[in-house]
Ligand binder design. Structure first.
Ligand code: UD2
Ligand code: MN
Length: 518
């Protein structure tokens, strides 16, 4: 085996060195069905060795670091799954077995969250029986990923635990830097850099490491550029990047520390929100969260979930997020409810145990977290001239982030009055903000789409002129052109023509000299 853990048949085999697999025309139909089943291209995954090699693009400083292997704490890897595809699940397992120093890997615990796929029962038992470190734990009923992880944790026997999703590939040298950081300070929770495995081709793209975790006020997890102050704070490129939040699926934590800070909120269901809950809790209760640049693990990011939410997706996610807001966010929860007005008064279960935990651990408040951990975050609290939905009355359509974040195009969709992705603010600084990003147009030609970018407060490409009175256009200051409904799913910028496709109205306006705090 080569340094990068080359597969059995060498580099010309499908997927080796992290290459993608193209589906030939005669298999397109089959591949489409498998895509529907998993929401990733299982056909491609099935063609790739369970031991495939990956590009190891660590910076020189990382590959030359030496770790005191015999002093590092061991880890138990916990992988929860519900109806995962065989090849992705087993490639996750083998990548860990192939690329972890045996003395550091105590066990791999697979937690089956009540899967009904046939091959995940006796076939999996038989396969795993041959892998001495791998055990299977089965939930009696569907629990969701949060309680499944806790079930796995209850079976873990090492001083640290490492959680991975069931469609990951651990890269060369991934484990040592994570464990080393915990050995230095057990209250630091560590995440690897997450590389992208394409959901279409299974190509593995080594990530640049310039982002860290944040969130928007809809409580969606978001990647954001690492701020200058954080890069300055780090003495070396190999140092951990402090991250306000974690993506959720891939991290290592000291087992006793995990218990000390209260594991997970057991009343969170199926999927979503637990990553922010744990992130806020770690920071507010005296710990730290870091992304370790020398540790890389790939993950297949999907555009939708393949599995059912027995109580409905919206209902489940709303309740999880409300629990995050209600327990940890103090007065800042109003920003969340502003964007989710239908959740006011919506039940979220009993949170008394979690509030007790917060008190017992003497955790700091959310204002401290914002000011000290993520001071650059967009606060929708000052100088707002208008807010709510931004409607094009002629079409009855509203600006919509379409659930996407920074760098995506500004979308448009039928007005739904639910706020969320259609909640915008227009600031005194003449920015239009959706999903906590600013409308930005950097094109010198008209008829192009408008982007969502980080707000820079410098006007320029982010300055938009708008008054309710008069013709209610939305004029881009530098080009003088107007925001236009266009014909597609995305709005465009066109020379102003006073036509109906260029008229826009917010649902609420505020007098300019009474800029409110919301
Ligand atoms: C991200 C995280 C995921 C989790 C989630 C928020 C990464 C790479 N992934 O979503 O770990 O934090 O955000 O909740 O950071 N699963 C079950 N039972 C269920 C549902 C899911 O066992 O009822 C398993 C699933 O098979 C997978 C894992 O949980 O192994 C995570 O689910 P996902 O891959 O659908 O989540 P993802 O990556 O979209
Ligand atoms: Mn995942």
């Amino acid at each position: 085996m080569g340094a990068a853990g080359q597969g059995l048949f060498g580099l010309s085999e499908p997927g080796e060195n992290g290459r993608g697999v193209i589906v030939p025309p005669e298999y397109q139909e089959e591949s489409r069905k498998l895509f529907q089943r998993n929401r990733f291209n299982q056909w491609a995954s099935d063609r790739i060795s369970l031991h495939r090699s990956l590009p190891d693009a660590r910076i020189l400083e990382c590959s030359s670091l030496k770790y005191p292997i015999h002093k590092l704490p061991q880890t138990s890897v916990i992988i929860v799954f519900h109806n995962e595809a065989w090849s992705t699940l087993l490639r996750t397992v083998h990548s860990v077995l192939d690329r972890s120093p045996p003395e550091l890997l105590r066990e791999i615990i697979l937690v089956d969250d009540s899967s009904d796929h046939e091959e995940l029962h006796s076939t999996l038992e038989k396969y795993v029986a041959k892998l001495s470190k791998v055990k299977i734990v089965r939930n009696k009923a569907r629990e969701g990923l949060i309680r499944s992880r806790l079930n796995g944790f209850a079976h873990a026997t090492s001083p640290t635990v490492t959680f991975l999703d069931a469609h990951c590939e651990a890269n060369v040298g991934w484990l040592e830097p994570l464990l080393y950081r915990i050995m230095q300070n057990r209250t630091i929770v560590v995440c690897p850099e997450i590389d992208v495995i394409s959901d279409e081709t299974f190509e593995y793209t080594y990530s640049s490491g310039n982002v860290r975790g944040s969130f928007n006020w809809n409580l969606n997890f978001r990647w954001k550029a690492v701020p200058e102050y954080e890069n300055k704070r780090r003495a070396a490129r190999t140092d951990g990047i402090r991250s306000p939040t974690m993506a959720g699926g891939l991290f290592t934590i000291h087992s006793q520390y995990f218990k000390d800070i209260g594991l997970y909120d057991k009343q969170m269901e199926i999927w979503g929100g637990e990553n922010l809950e744990l992130s806020f809790r770690i920071w507010q209760c005296g710990g730290q969260l870091e992304i370790i640049p020398c540790s890389h693990v790939g993950h297949v990011f999907r555009k939708s979930q393949p599995y059912s939410f027995p109580k409905g997706t919206g209902e489940t996610l709303s309740k999880n997020l409300q629990r995050v807001a209600e327990v940890w966010m103090d007065g800042y929860k109003r920003y969340f409810y502003k964007r989710q007005p239908h959740l006011k008064g919506h039940p979220f279960g009993d949170i008394s145990k979690r509030l007790e935990l917060r008190k017992k651990l003497k955790c700091k408040n959310f204002d401290w977290y914002i000011k000290n951990v993520v001071p650059e975050i967009f606060l929708p609290n000052s100088s707002i001239i208008a807010r709510g939905e931004l409607r094009n009355p002629a079409s009855g359509d509203c600006i919509d982030s379409l659930g996407a974040g920074e760098h995506a195009y500004i979308g448009i969709y039928k007005c739904h009055k639910q706020m969320g992705n259609q909640y915008l603010v227009y600031t005194k600084n003449e920015e239009i903000i959706v999903d906590d990003n600013c409308f930005d147009y950097a094109n010198s030609q008209p008829s192009s789409k408008v982007k969502m970018l980080d707000c820079h407060s410098m006007k320029g490409n982010q300055q938009w002129l708008h008054t309710k009175v008069g013709i209610s256009h939305m004029r881009h200051a530098p080009t003088g052109w107007c925001l236009d409904r266009g014909k597609e799913q995305f709005v465009v910028l066109n020379p102003c023509n006073n036509g109906p496709s260029q008229k826009w109205l917010f649902s609420e306006y505020v007098e300019r000299d009474k800029a409110p705090q919301i």
